[in-house]
Design a protein around this ligand. Sequence first.
Ligand SMILES: *[C@@H]1O[C@H](CO)[C@@H](O)[C@H](O)[C@H]1NC(C)=O
Ligand SMILES: *[C@@H]1O[C@H](CO)[C@@H](O)[C@H](O)[C@H]1NC(C)=O
Length: 419
Amino acid sequence: MLSSTLLLTALTVPAAFAQSNLDWDAAYTKATTMLGKLTLQQKINMVTGVGWQKGPCVGNIAAISSAGFPGLCLQDGPVGVRYASGVTAFPAAIHLGATWDKDLMRAQGVAMGEEFRGKGVNIALAPVSGALGKIPQAGRNWEGYSNDPYHAGVGMTEVITGMQSVGVQACAKHYIGNEQERNRETMSSNIDDRTMHELYLWPFADAAKANVATFMCSYNRLNSSWACDNDYALNTLLKGELGFRGQVLSDWNAKTTTGGATRGLDMTMPGDNFGDNNFVWGQNLLNAVNQGSVSTSRLDDMVKRIFASWYLVGQDQSYPSVSFNSWNNNGGGDVSGNHKQHARTVAGDGIVLLKNVNNALPLKRPASLAIIGRDAINNPAGINSCTDRACNDGTLAMVSWPRNQLQLLRAQTPNKSNS
Ligand SMILES: *[C@@H]1O[C@H](CO)[C@@H](O)[C@H](O)[C@H]1NC(C)=O
Ligand SMILES: *[C@@H]1O[C@H](CO)[C@@H](O)[C@H](O)[C@H]1NC(C)=O
């Protein structure tokens, strides 16, 4: 507790953003003015990513110079800025949740926000409460705070509030029913309404209440229809019941259609199908608007939501421009500040120790204790040796630049565990 209190004061919050009052009405007034400056084609461009690896970030919306709009950079992820250098790989959310410390959660939101902001990222693709973690072996549970929806909701609230207090748009993801990695792009989560409300929706409701600027819809289906093409999940629950006023963007190449626009989706990412130049929206959405199957008022609503999310956190006021490139080893400057102190505090406070009161634990003078799990070793093939960290061998962190240094590290690391 002591260290986290000190930490909060030690973090440097830009003065202009510390008092951000997150006024949706004011953001919408500005968004409506901005909308009036756009042509139909520019509106289509605002809701369609430029295509995979066609900009410095994992997701990019093109600038509109005639309207003085610098464009949008969207970047992973839940443990910090991916594909950059001079950043912190923060403790995973499951560990932060295990601190049971709201101050540390808020401080992590601020610290992560400072690094995203420092790199010029507009939308940080975090935090996560889907997967919720009801299924222990689901593969991605560590990205969320807890399998208890109330606890997860507290994590969402604190981290979102912290991130947005320094001017970064947070993104509540993956909405919703994204409960396993296997077949995640084809499987269907069939969830009845009560379970939806009491379990899976709860932390997302807290995210909406915390004025999160953006939501990301997920890869999976719900009752057979795609989460990013789902009127009930997006329009009825999220924008209706939860009153969410920001924009919904798709997970990267999550299935949708031009009709997804009428069912509540506001932006497709990365735009094309991972670099094949087949844009599910773009020209197709323009055709749909011209033919009347997507109304111009709905397109205007989509664009207004995107601008409102941008204005909400004050990104129209001298926001830093993008200073790294995910694809060409240009990681940009060091924005990590003193955040390693925070990471160390969370690492310590999130460890759960069991006290053997009245010999409650089945231990009789053990000669040795085993530490169990993939995280208990270094990857036998060498730390950082899995491309894109796409493995489960040893401690995982985050993909960062410069990659040549990682390769160097890989070559120098003895291929043995430290078990
Ligand atoms: C899925 O089906 C169940 C049972 O009919 C229903 O209660 C629930 O609202 C449906 N959910 C969605 C997202 O359509
Ligand atoms: C470790 O293993 C990797 C992959 O098998 C190999 O490329 C590398 O040279 C090995 N490093 C050492 C120090 O043996």
